[in-house]
Design a protein around this ligand. Structure first.
Ligand code: HEM
Length: 166
C-alpha cells in the first residue's frame, strides 16, 4: 500500500467518517488537542527557560528536566493521538494545506533539536548542570526550541483558517 492509498484508506475508516459527520466529535477532539499541546509547549518552555538561564537558575538543570519531561512526553502522546484523529477526518485536504505540512516539518525539526541536545549537548552535563548560565550550545538548543514550538503553534492555528473544506 503506497502513502496515497494509506491516506485514502484512513480517510475512509468508520472513525474518520464519524468525526467528519458528527457535529460534536471534531470540536471535542480538537479541545483535547489544544489542552494536550498547551501542556507540551508550556512544559517545554519551562525547561527551555532553565536551559537559557532565565528561570529556576538555583535548581540544577537535571532536576528541572527530570521533574517536567515525563509530563511533556505524556501530553505529547495525547497531542499526537488527538491530532491524528483530527487529521484522518480530512487527511487529503490537510496534506494539501501548507500550514499543516509546515507544522509537521517544524515538529520533526524540534524533535531533532531535542535529540541533538540529549545525545550531544548534554554529554558533559555534569560540568554545567548547576550553573545558572549554561554554555552557549545549551542556551542555543533552548532558544531554538522555543522559536520552533512558537512556529508550530502559529502554523497549527492557521490550519483552521486556511482549510478548503467541502
Ligand atoms: C505537540 C505537537 C503539536 C502541537 C504543538 C500542535 C498545535 C496545534 C494547534 C495550535 C492547533 C490549532 C488548534 C485550534 O486553534 O483550535 C492544532 C490543530 C490541529 N492539529 Fe496539531 N499540534 C501538534 C501535533 C499534531 C499532530 C502530530 C497532528 C497530526 C498527526 C496534528 C494535527 C492537527 C490538526 C488536524 C488540527 C486541526 C486543524 C483544524 O482543522 O482546525 N497536530 N494543532
Amino acid at each position: 500500500m503506497g502513502f496515497q492509498e494509506l491516506i485514502v484508506f484512513l480517510e475512509g475508516t468508520g472513525i474518520a467518517d464519524s468525526i467528519r459527520e458528527n457535529d460534536n466529535l471534531f470540536p471535542l477532539i480538537e479541545s483535547m488537542h489544544v489542552l494536550a499541546i498547551s501542556l507540551v509547549v508550556g512544559s517545554i518552555f519551562a525547561v527551555d527557560l532553565r536551559l537559557l538561564g532565565l528561570a529556576w537558575i538555583a535548581r540544577p538543570v537535571s532536576r528541572v528536566t527530570h521533574g517536567i519531561l515525563p509530563l511533556t512526553w505524556a501530553a505529547f502522546v495525547v497531542a499526537v493521538g488527538s491530532g491524528g484523529l483530527l487529521f484522518i477526518s480530512n487527511a487529503t485536504k490537510y496534506l494539501a494545506n501548507d500550514y499543516f505540512v509546515a507544522k509537521m516539518i517544524l515538529i520533526a525539526i524540534a524533535g531533532v533539536n531535542m535529540l541533538g541536545f540529549h545525545f550531544i549537548g548534554a554529554r558533559d552535563q555534569s560540568a554545567w548542570d548547576n550553573s545558572a548560565r549554561p554554555p552557549f550550545k545549551v542556551r542555543f538548543a533552548g532558544g531554538l526550541s522555543i522559536l520552533l514550538w512558537i512556529s508550530v503553534v502559529i502554523c497549527g492555528r492557521w490550519i483552521g483558517f486556511t482549510m478548503k473544506l467541502g
